[in-house]
Design a protein around this ligand. Structure first.
Ligand SMILES: *Cc1c(COP(=O)(O)O)cnc(C)c1O
Length: 395
């Protein structure tokens, strides 16, 4: 057993700016969705509109809607594009259950496909193969922070008249073909600010879209189907007590307490990414000659957000994944597995009669994969400790 303190697999990096802004919010007396959330949204919009594929490229500006989780955001985006009973939505099997569960919220059915062996992102050829008359949308996931093959997916969607909602929970900031995720030619993208994501508000998410109709519907459904949010109600000229319910909406708004954190986390998103990239560069050179498959980097004109660093034990590696995980834990190093594929999860497997042999890439990756610690706050001592431990276990 290790005598050193346990090194967690993920930790947030929270500065004095976040703490001061939260205190300021508490003192202001306005805790729920209000001025700080509006600022977080406009800052998010400004960041994307200034990024590759933003307004300078002649595109309409994106708008952002803050929500209390990415799961809520995915639900809102799918509802806004009209997904309903009997529709089919194509999702990768190699993802977190939230990607598929939101399809079920609306009475539609997810259709699971395998991923590409390098990126572990949804395989466009397989997407094409499962399209039926019922198919309405595709939810690509930018796994670990590496963008999916979006040019192929956008082409398929255009050919078949399908919508695209990106699960961008890992993808801030992420760039593909010089375009920032959030600015791609899709209907919406949804980011997560869960505690272990690349920036965090504890719990939280953001829906972005260039389509004002989608934004308007998400905004209404975010708060009970009311046609104006609380903030508007207390600042516009209409009587403050008046509102209209136009649909049976949800309770998915983000608090100003969370947005207070988000405002400052967002400013640091690129700094955090650079720090994670520097750790990845050290990991890659340290693990190059070990019996592992290194995670795929971004292609030219792209940027990997490095939410996760996923090592895969190669066929030559004498250890099983479980033995490797046990050895890491014995040395006090936290790790995780992303993901137990949905085709193995009892609900999805049994409801849709999913067979392991139909998902060979995801299955093999799952059996051999481990996500090791990767976060902006890691010290050089901690990075060296992870490197030395992995080398000593696998050498
Ligand atoms: C974290 C995550 C989500 C859900 O995000 P929440 O903000 O926790 O709802 C969805 N999809 C993927 C791929 C995720 O990793």
């Amino acid at each position: 057993m290790s005598t050193q303190p346990f090194l967690p697999f993920a930790l947030p990096e929270i500065g004095e700016e976040e703490i001061q802004e939260v205190v300021n919010c508490l003192r202001s007396g306005w805790l729920t969705t209000g001025p700080k959330t509006r600022q977080f949204e406009t800052d998010f919009e400004a960041m994307l509109n200034a990024a590759g594929g933003g307004v300078a490229s002649g595109n309409k500006p994106v708008q952002a809607i803050a929500v209390n989780s990415a799961t809520a955001g995915l639900h809102l985006a799918l509802e806004a594009i009209g997904i309903g009973q009997g529709d089919e939505v194509i999702v990768p099997t190699h993802t977190f259950t939230a990607t598929a569960e939101v399809v079920r919220y609306l009475g539609a059915d997810p259709v699971f496909v395998d991923v590409l062996p390098g990126s572990l992102n949804i395989d466009p050829a397989l997407v094409r193969a499962v399209i039926t008359a019922k198919t309405k949308a595709i939810i690509p996931v930018h796994f670990a922070g590496l963008a999916a093959d979006m040019s192929a997916i956008v082409a398929i969607a255009q050919e078949h008249g399908l919508k695209i909602v990106e699960d961008a929970a890992h993808a801030l900031p992420c760039v593909v073909d010089s375009v920032a995720v959030g600015n791609l030619q899709t209907d919406a993208a949804v980011f997560s600010f869960y505690a272990n994501k690349t920036i965090t508000t504890g719990e939280g998410g953001m829906v972005v879209s260039r389509n004002p109709e989608i934004i308007k519907r998400c905004k209404t459904m975010r708060l009970h189907g009311i046609n104006r949010d609380v903030f508007d109600r207390f600042t516009s000229k209409a009587p403050s007590w008046y509102y209209e319910v136009v649909a049976p909406g949800f309770k998915y708004n983000l608090t100003d307490l969370a947005s207070a954190m988000g405002i400052h986390q967002l400013k640091k998103a690129e700094l955090f990414r650079a720090k994670r990239q520097a750790i990845v560069d050290q990991y890659n050179s340290a693990f190059e000659n070990l019996p592992v498959v290194l995670p795929q980097g971004a292609a030219a004109h792209g940027l990997h957000s490095w939410h996760l660093y996923v090592l895969r034990l190669s066929d030559q590696c004498p250890l099983t994944r479980d033995q490797f995980v046990e050895a890491l834990y014995a040395q006090g190093i936290g790790c995780s597995v992303h993901y137990i594929p949905l085709h193995l999860q009892p609900y999805w497997r049994d409801t849709y009669q999913l067979k392991t042999e139909n998902f060979p890439v995801s299955q093999k990756a799952y059996e051999r994969m481990v996500s090791i610690p990767l976060y902006s706050k890691m010290t050089q001592t901690e990075i060296d400790r992870v490197i030395n431990t992995v080398q000593s276990i696998l050498a």
